[in-house]
Design a protein around this ligand. Structure first.
Ligand code: ADP
Ligand code: MG
Length: 581
């Protein structure tokens, strides 16, 4: 459908009347659609309300949220799942700032997204004359994202959108800010010239082929390993090179560890998975092959006690970002390129007969894995009441095993840490979680995007605190009737519900919430299904019913308020006062 503004029904050339016109609203829609960007996550308001309406009228899917941060998180996850930039649309100043948190988070996680914000008039903003929602948004966005652009003229919308798309998805993906002053939307231009100004980006994320000598160097290091280990990160999941990765892992015979969002790239019950022998694998390995994973805090920066003896490791790293190399430790064999190209090059040069790693290494890891799994099994099968994390997650683990194609969203402290290690994943890009920052509040945005982008049922496993950050979006989930089942692990507080105010005053401790809250009733308020689950059977039944029916559902899973530890597994990052007062 042409989105042009019809100045007249009769073509201009025949009637001699004014030529057909288009405007900023329609040019932006045309530019997005020409590049296959057909879904917008956002919150309407001045000056972008009409843009949302016109986008919907042009056949785009416009999903309105209750807060921009969740729309932004949805856009980021859409980018991660589709390799096209997810779009988030916000109003000026406060709406922009709300979306900016998600943009910064997307950039940190290497997810491609574009935050499009309306802004106030340049002339007034730059003279600081106090416009409605005045703010120099471009300047504020710049240090927090991969690239930031402002479009001032309608004829530049095509090229501006093209620049934003290429910046978001090429090389290391990330967040891009696009600043659109209110006046731009109403600017009018000749429709034919407008159509010519639209740019369809050709090959937005070109393959980046590794150099032959880097490939040879990497294979040399790998072939000399006695105790090699592969670490798969969410960059590997993003790359969608699933078949090549699996072929490389299996041909090499090297055990692998998935980072949390890389779980399922190969099924967690794959014989080469060292997931259940993680500590031993990190400590004892002598060559570590990083594939789309960074040596950041999540991997103790590649050094320290968890990595065994200093100097005991050599690293091979595959990454599209050259500057990632040597970020924390020396990389013996940097392999810069896209994962599909790098892994294919390794596979191609491994030859027909690649020697499997020494059997002692494999059996040491397998023994440890088997011991750890059997130690855990009894707790996961138990049915304690009130439920602890193991009972509740044991039930969910079984459900995911039976329904491996559903999407899993997971956030919280203990709810995250336990679920990450307990719930096995079997397919790529099914697990969406708190990512590189360990951020709370991604839950409902991720759940909405997962449902919209994949059409699959979504199970969101949420700590009661984590859920609170985006809880109002249950209305969004009900409004769009999305097949999302939220399980709130309700242990009455942050970490657990048992802290007390040492002064004996009437305020509760800072980590404690209302006791026995009924989160399920929030879902009922908007016409969804609410269920209170007090034991394993009730939880299993409720989740299965929700996933079968596809109805928006919130299950308030009552968890023992004594279970849970401070900051989950990262309590060591929490400074503690030693001064006694
Ligand atoms: P995790 O948290 O799972 O360890 P990270 O987000 O830390 O994963 O690391 C992902 C890495 O993957 C980033 O360094 C990023 O540059 C890289 N990456 C993303 N996409 C690609 C790709 N297509 N090819 C190669 N590397 C990629
Ligand atoms: Mg809690």
């Amino acid at each position: 459908m042409s989105a042009n503004v019809k100045a007249n029904e009769t073509p201009a050339s025949e009637s001699g009347e004014a030529p057909e016109l288009t405007d900023g609203f329609h040019l932006l829609i045309d530019a997005l659609q020409a590049n296959g960007l057909n879904t917008i996550y956002g919150v309407p308001g001045i000056p972008i309300t009409d843009f949302g309406r016109l986008a919907q009228a042009s056949g785009m899917r416009v999903i309105s949220f209750r807060h921009e941060q969740h729309a932004g998180n949805a856009a980021a996850i859409a980018g991660y799942l589709t390799r096209k930039p997810g779009l988030c649309l916000t109003v000026s100043a406060p709406g922009f700032l709300n979306g900016l948190t998600a943009l910064a988070n997307a950039t940190t996680n290497c997810f491609p997204m574009i935050l499009i914000s309306g802004s106030s008039e340049r002339e007034i903003v730059d003279l600081q004359q106090g416009d409605y929602e005045e703010m120099d948004q471009l300047a504020i966005a710049k240090p927090l994202c991969k690239a930031a652009f402002r479009i001032l003229h309608a004829e530049d919308i095509g090229i501006g959108v093209a620049r934003a798309i290429r910046a978001a998805v090429s090389g290391r993906p990330g967040g891009v800010y696009l600043d659109l002053p209110a006046k731009l939307f109403g600017q009018v231009m000749n429709a034919a010239e407008g159509a010519r100004s639209i740019v369809k980006v050709i090959d937005p994320a070109p393959a980046q082929i590794p150099a032959a000598d880097s490939v040879a160097r990497a294979l040399d290091v790998i072939s000399k390993a006695k105790r090699p280990l592969i670490i798969l990160g969410k960059g590997a999941a993003y790359a969608q090179a699933d078949a090549e990765l699996r072929a490389f892992v299996e041909k090499s015979g090297i055990p692998y560890l998935p980072m949390s969002m890389a779980k399922g790239l190969l099924p967690d019950d794959h014989p080469q998975s060292a997931g259940a022998a993680r500590s031993l694998a990190l400590k004892e390995s002598d060559v570590v092959i990083m594939i789309g994973a960074r040596l950041n805090w999540l991997l103790s920066h590649g050094k320290g006690k968890s990595w065994g003896e200093p100097g005991s490791k050599r690293f091979v790293q595959i990454d599209i970002e050259p500057r990632e190399m040597d970020s924390n430790v020396e990389i013996a064999a940097p392999l810069v390129g896209d994962i599909a190209s790098c892994v294919s090059a390794l596979l191609g040069d491994m030859g027909e007969s690649w020697a499997a790693p020494p059997a002692e290494w494999i059996s040491a890891l397998n023994d440890k894995r088997d011991a750890n799994l059997s130690k855990m099994a009894a707790r996961l099968e138990a049915s304690v009441q009130p439920m602890d994390f193991h009972t509740a997650l044991g039930a969910l683990k079984t459900i995911i095993k039976q329904r491996p194609d559903i999407m899993l969203v997971n956030e919280g402290a203990n709810t995250l840490d336990f679920a990450r290690s307990i719930i096995d994943m079997y397919q790529p890009r099914k697990r969406l979680d708190v990512g590189t920052w360990g951020i709370m509040g991604i839950g409902m945005g991720a759940a909405v995007a997962a449902a919209i982008e994949t059409g699959k049922p979504v199970l969101a496993v949420e700590g009661d605190s984590a859920f609170g950050f985006s809880g109002m979006e249950v209305e969004t989930i009900c409004r769009y009737d999305l097949p999302v089942c939220i399980v709130v692990f309700n242990n009455n507080g942050i970490y657990r519900g048992t802290d007390v105010n040492p002064t004996g005053g009437s305020d509760v401790a800072p980590t404690v919430f209302v006791k026995n809250a009924r989160y399920d009733m929030m879902m009922e308020a908007f016409g969804g299904v609410g269920v209170q689950a007090s034991n394993r059977d009730e939880l299993t039944r409720a989740v299965n019913e929700a996933l079968d029916s596809g109805k928006p559902t919130l299950i308030n899973a009552v968890i023992d308020e004594n279970s849970g530890t401070e900051s989950g597994r990262i309590g060591n990052l929490n400074p503690q006062s030693v001064v006694k007062k």
